[in-house]
Write a protein that binds this ligand. Structure first.
Ligand code: VGL
Ligand code: ZN
Length: 201
């Protein structure tokens, strides 16, 4: 599906916002810095405002690893240690304006021997969304080519309509172009890309 440029997208009952892993370690000064990762914060704050104003559910996820997690380089993984449970690096970006009513999903990668990029992987997210009558997910956050990609793909697989917040995602880009390829893949699988100006007031 493709939205004509002039057509606005209206938020309605059944929509939910998913804010993926906007944590200190993924910001430019963090241990697994996502280039321009901080730029998602002001963009997400504006989406948050739109969802809060309509009383729609907001889900926030956190990468939350034990200190000896298998994805960390000292333990044979691909990444520098990051988002260790309870650490400053695992805390939300301070400038992110989360409402107290946010639904917190903090179960990603909590087992030493297992990684999980998708917010659906090993969590109660699907059940909680269904219980609230959610049918359409608006997904933004970090990083485009890992947790956003896997969350969007799993959301589509689980039968949700998925809207990709193109101005509120940034990529790690381990290989140049990873972020662009991830965006193309999400759109190919059915995600609808939007930018803030495409939301109806
Ligand atoms: C992520 C790499 C490692 C992410 C998490 O949140 O996208 N990326 N752990
Ligand atoms: Zn991680």
């Amino acid at each position: 599906m493709c939205l004509p440029g002039h057509q606005k997208l209206t938020l309605t009952q059944g929509d939910a916002l998913i804010v993926v892993d906007v944590q200190n370690d993924f910001l430019p000064s963090g241990s697994l810095a996502v280039p321009q990762g901080d730029e998602v914060v002001p963009a997400l704050n504006r989406y948050l405002t739109a969802f809060i104003r309509r009383g729609l559910p907001i889900i926030v996820t956190r990468d939350w690893h034990p200190p000896n997690h298998c994805s960390f380089q000292p333990y044979g993984g691909p990444w520098p240690p990051h988002c260790v449970a309870g650490s400053e690096g695992a805390a939300f970006a301070p400038a992110l304006e989360l409402p107290v009513s946010s639904i917190l999903i903090t179960l990603k990668g909590t087992q030493p021997e297992q990684d999980a990029y998708s917010a659906f992987d090993g969590t109660e997210l699907d059940a909680r969304l269904r219980a609230q009558g959610v049918g359409r997910l608006f997904v933004g956050g970090l990083a485009t080519d890992y947790c956003v990609l896997c969350t969007v793909k799993d959301g589509l697989k689980a039968g949700y309509a998925v809207v990709l917040l193109q101005d509120a995602i940034r990529a790690v880009n381990v290989r140049p172009g990873d972020g662009e390829r991830a965006e193309a893949e999400m759109i190919r699988q059915g995600a609808i890309p939007i930018r803030l100006e495409m939301l109806a007031a």
